[in-house]
Design a protein around this ligand. Sequence first.
Ligand code: NAP
Ligand code: GDD
Length: 348
Amino acid sequence: MKKAFLTGITGQDGSFLAELLLSRGYEVHGLIRRASTFNTGRLDSIYIDPHAPHAHFFLHYGDVSDGGGVRRLLQQVQPDEVYNLAAQSHVKVSFDQAEFTADAVALGTLRMLEAVRNTVESTGKEIRFYQAGSSEMFGASPPPQNEETRFYPRSPYAVSKVSAHWYAVNYREAYGLFIANGILFNHESERRGETFVTRKITRGLTRIHLGLQNKIYLGNLDSRRDWGHAADYVRAMWLMLQQDHPDDYVVATGEAHTVREFLDEAGAILKMDWKKVVELDARYLRPTEVDNLQGDASKARRKLNWRPEVNFQELVRRMVEHDLALARQEKILHESGYGTVVSGYRHA
Ligand code: NAP
Ligand code: GDD
């Protein structure tokens, strides 16, 4: 049985990847941060009590800012594959928390690479490493962007991801480690964090539809993103670690839409005129914006035989339907005297 170790397992991608690996017979170990509230909601459907006789799913407390802790965990687990997904992943927040973002994203990756290097050296066992790179690294470079496109990062988050990317390349070349960088374009889902624009829109419009909220406040509606579904993208991560040689790959649908087009699509499903309920709030504008991301994933298609299964229309439909069901539950609970209806608390 292969063992995988995931940082960022409680996030959107971590939860989809953990499901994929369990379905392929892996023993899955995940790093979780101690928090004052439960942060494992996305893992509820796959959680197995570690006391159960045939448990293949284990969570360990840790943080990528704690190098000694992650090194000890890798020595203990001795995984075959490590997926480094942990990050302060919100671009706008990275302008407010630049040092913290660099610590988790750039130095966090370096600490994970050091932990892998030490474990490989002390045990002699091969460990394959996936680094979660981002299309934000291309930033201001015009589309279509592929593996040859120059990095031109436009936020502290993106600069930190570029740094993590080059640490990973350097450790591959210096120590002969199997390290793959995925350069993934935006991918969303029903589990997307609620302060990213797609989920903010689907949560907001569906709540407005049911009278739970009056307005959504957004920033720049003209930026273009290449949006895919997270379940398709974690499959590409896994494929990268199953190859004969480590390499770097762009993962994208090849189709880009503006935020405005996302609103059009979601509004049409709900038969709502979003222009009546969306207002600009300048606090959601970024000091430097990334205007246009559209990926060319021909290398991943050719070498990994990877293709996305969910297109833009299907992605929006799934997210709207999911959030409509969630809003209905919220409404029923409220009308039965349980739960408070909170309006307008979704910042960033
Ligand atoms: P996400 O939902 O924001 O999840 C981030 C994960 O990182 C969470 O599990 C979070 O834990 C964890 N984390 C944050 N800081 C940490 C720290 N210091 N130590 C340990 N864990 C920490 O992000 P995602 O969308 O799943 O993305 C996964 C990775 O892919 C990230 O590295 C992101 O930057 C990158 N990426 C994402 C996209 C995309 O469109 N989704 C595209 C390209 C690249 P908590 O749950 O405790 O907060
Ligand atoms: N979050 C947010 N909130 N974004 C808004 C809003 C708003 O109210 N209004 C407009 N936008 C615009 C942003 O300015 C940006 O141009 C676009 O919507 C997408 O923003 P996000 O959904 O926050 O995603 P992102 O593209 O900045 O970053 C995501 O994708 C990257 C890959 O390209 C994150 O998942 C990153 O972690 C990831 O690396």
